[in-house]
Design a protein around this ligand. Sequence first.
Ligand code: UT7
Length: 332
Amino acid sequence: MRRSAILGTGFCVPDRVVTNDDLAGLMDTSDQWIRERTGIEERRWVTEGQTSVDLALPAARQALEAAGMQATDLDAIVFATSTPDHFCPGNGVYLQRALGAGHLPALDIRTQCSGFVFGLSVADAWVRAGQFERILLVGEEIQSTGMDLSTAGRHTAVIFADGAGAAVLGPVPEDEDRGILGFDLHTDGDYAEKLWVDAPGSMYHPRISEAQLARGAQWLQMDGRDVFRHAVTKMPESATAAVTAAGYTWADVNLLIPHQANLRISEAVQKSLKLRDDQVYNNIMRYGNTTSATIPIALDECVRSGRLKRGDLLVLTAFGSGFMWGSCVIRW
Ligand code: UT7
């Protein structure tokens, strides 16, 4: 059976830099607290009126250029986001319109921080099945408009941020010994309300009420300690399962890109897997936690800086809202 490979990558973050000191002007927090607890030094937030397409389109164009393709070469779009511009239709629709790629199918998937890994598994399966040949996968989020920027929301507002990363996938012959080797994917809905946005929701009529707005049901809510505790066990467990299933050990792995949730989480994952510094990539210091966009943004940085080279064994792992988590092994 043929394999799929990532043929090009790209990313885009908003121009607006928000420093820890900027946040300390909005809520009771400090640069020291944020650095010590999360590793984040600054992040990017959109300015009013910027849309998902404003971030996703430049990322997609970079990925297409790196793959040596035009938008019209694409057969499908998979758009991973937990923060769509509208309840419906999905962000993929707006990206399809902006790309000028013809009437190709555009599928939104909502698996939050694990969005890029789950999206990769959908795109990989389509390529391997022969249903679509060339697929644009985007992870994009605008989190800044959904956070309580008062002191009550400080445990989320200092972490989450905006950005987009993209990858173009296509088929490679199996004898080329490169491409996506396998996945490990999970969901545990028992923890659905540990990291969630309650409203607007279609179980309410109207979908959001004055009372809900007054109590902040529209803001991202997180039990940070519980998320942290699960992330540091599930990411190493899942990544190891994926590496083992692909027939390798951690000694064979050149690079792990963990979802950039919190630098302390990435460091705990690295420690539990006994990996060297050169085997793990982190960039949360500069971008914060951009949910489904963290992995493709980091991936593009690794590709363009030469940190990831042809033939390297790459592992991606993510954990987040749902809880949903998963990993992917790729021969680059
Ligand atoms: O993308 C995947 C999903 N998200 C994550 O993976 C995030 C996982 N969780 C975390 O990263 C951490 O739990 C946080 C960074 C959110 C919080 O760090 P923590 O070390 O778990 O702090 P905490 O929630 O236990 O709070 C410790 C103290 C509390 O004060 P008291 O009760 O000890 O007086 C908080 O009120 O720190 C306080 N606090 C803050 N202080 C200053 C919480 N947020 C802030 C803040 N600035 N931004």
